[in-house]
Design a protein around this ligand. Structure first.
Ligand SMILES: Cc1ncc(COP(=O)(O)O)c(C=O)c1O
Length: 465
């Protein structure tokens, strides 16, 4: 299977002949084992994501872009498991490295290890010279938390500015700069909250302008909003180079450059959160490179270790020189950068580069985008197809042009897709399409076909269902 997958990357053939299989929901093997596992957990577990609740079943194995549930049903994964499976599920090289390291040495506090040494050397080789000071953590929110803590230490100021629609994690400081409405509903600490500015989403322009004639006014708009903050200067501005949680929104680079320019002029730190969009997903190793940015802090996570928990905070020379950031234990933790996580991340970076997966994102991404555009011509309610590399999305707008996105319709499309063997995610009435970076052209085409069938089945124009 693993050999098939590797050759699939070279020959463009799908690893599994899933296209000819029966509709997975109607598989004769189905005995409800998968749903039974979910039901057993539900007696005790709380707080699961909407995707896990809607799925309501258990997966037992996966390879590349294919995932199998406990009843043997097969699914094509257009989500990379919320963006974490960059090299594909269970990439053989990553699996072997993790197994080898776990059997040899799991960790002793944050002591040095060959695996960690290799990881930081690899990262340093990929990052610009200015950003080669690294701190390692066990996940995204912990990395965001550390970035905000160190930004405050460095500047001696406490407020941090975020953007509407953003998502930075569920720890207290990360929530304070998160703009995603549903997430802010829980509880947002006042402390250090520097306000949320409008994000440049061209399909829902905060300035009510049209992209064809706006002259990228959002760059000037964000500058004016930032300038209004100078009376109580923030420590930092944190921004995602593309917003995943809002439906993979890609802003004009001018908007991001205007934020960076203002930060430089005012001595405010410019933080790029690439936890979702970094490590090859947009067709470049780092999304900030394509936008011509040079952040003071860069945050990586999710796909960096092919599903193994890991977060990386890269600091600029200027920030790293700060005395308080060099205090003992400023960025240590029980698990951060442990040898097994480091081995997973180092193997992932090698696979991304050696197997041409970033190039693959640039090759298969346009096929998917063209397919999404075709679907939006066929289905009036599927609008604004967009994407860069393998970060793609589209909106579900049942009430015609100018209408609101419908999360109910999004959930229906996701359910119809799942019934046809395609795993999708929707948030805020947008589809998020971000498959593993190893996806082949035939797999992309099969996924598009299944998505087309799901859209046809969910079509609100068909009347009450
Ligand atoms: C941009 C961004 N930052 C931070 C996080 C938080 O990462 P984690 O879920 O690993 O805590 C996420 C998670 O979705 C994210 O997309």
């Amino acid at each position: 299977m693993s050999t098939n997958l590797s050759s699939a990357l070279v020959t463009n053939e799908p690893a599994v002949d899933f296209a000819t299989r029966d509709h997975p929901e109607s598989s004769p093997d189905s005995e409800g084992r998968s749903e039974a596992i979910y039901a057993r957990e539900q007696k005790y577990l709380m707080g699961l994501s909407g995707s896990a609740r809607r799925l309501g079943r258990a997966f037992v194995r996966a390879q590349g872009c294919q995932v199998y549930d406990a009843d043997g049903r097969q699914y094509l994964d257009f989500t990379a498991g919320v963006g974490i499976m960059s090299t594909g599920h269970c990439h053989p090289t990553v699996v072997a490295e993790v197994q080898r390291q776990f059997a040899a040495f799991v960790g002793w506090h944050d002591s040095a290890s060959e695996a960690r040494a290799q990881l930081v050397e690899l990262l340093a080789g990929l990052l610009p010279e200015r950003l080669r000071h690294l701190c390692l953590f066990s996940g995204g929110a912990e990395t965001v938390e550390a970035a905000l803590r160190l930004a405050r230490c460095h500047t001696g100021r406490s407020r941090v500015v975020g953007f509407s629609g953003s998502y930075h994690g569920k720890t207290a400081a990360a929530l304070a700069v998160t703009g995603h409405e549903a997430r802010r509903g829980w509880w947002v600490p006042e402390e250090g909250h520097g306000g949320l500015l409008p994000y440049a989403d061209c399909n829902r322009c905060p300035f009510q302008l049209e992209r064809s004639s706006c002259n990228t006014f959002c760059a000037e708009g964000v500058r004016r909003s930032l300038e209004a903050l100078v009376v109580d200067l923030p420590a930092a501005v944190i921004v995602e180079p593309a917003q995943g949680t809002q439906g993979n929104i890609i802003p004009p680079p001018e908007f991001l450059c205007a934020i960076q320019r203002w930060c430089r002029e005012r001595g405010v730190l410019f933080i790029c959160d690439e936890i979702l969009v970094g490590c090859g997903r947009t067709g470049a190793m780092f999304a900030f490179e394509s936008a011509g940015l040079s952040p003071d802090m860069l945050l990586l996570g999710k796909g960096i270790a092919s599903g193994y928990p890991m977060g990386v905070l890269a600091l600029s020379d200027e920030v790293a020189a700060s005395q308080r950031i060099n205090w003992v234990s400023a960025a240590s933790s029980s698990f951060g950068g442990n040898p097994v996580a480091a081995a997973a991340a180092a193997a992932t970076l090698r696979v991304l580069c050696d197997e041409g997966l970033i190039f693959n994102a640039l090759r298969v991404g346009p096929t998917l985008l063209a397919g999404l555009r075709d679907l939006s011509k066929r289905f009036d309610f599927f609008r604004n197809p967009r994407g860069r590399g393998l970060l793609l999305g589209g909106d579900l707008v049942p009430d015609g042009r100018g209408g609101q996105r419908s999360q109910a319709l999004g959930e229906q499309v996701v359910a119809e897709a799942r019934a046809r063997g395609l795993l999708l995610m929707s948030t805020s009435g947008s589809l998020r399409i971000n498959p593993p970076l190893c996806i082949s052209e035939p797999e992309a085409r099969v996924g598009l076909e299944r998505l087309g069938q799901a859209l046809a089945a969910a079509d609100p124009g068909r009347g009450p269902r």
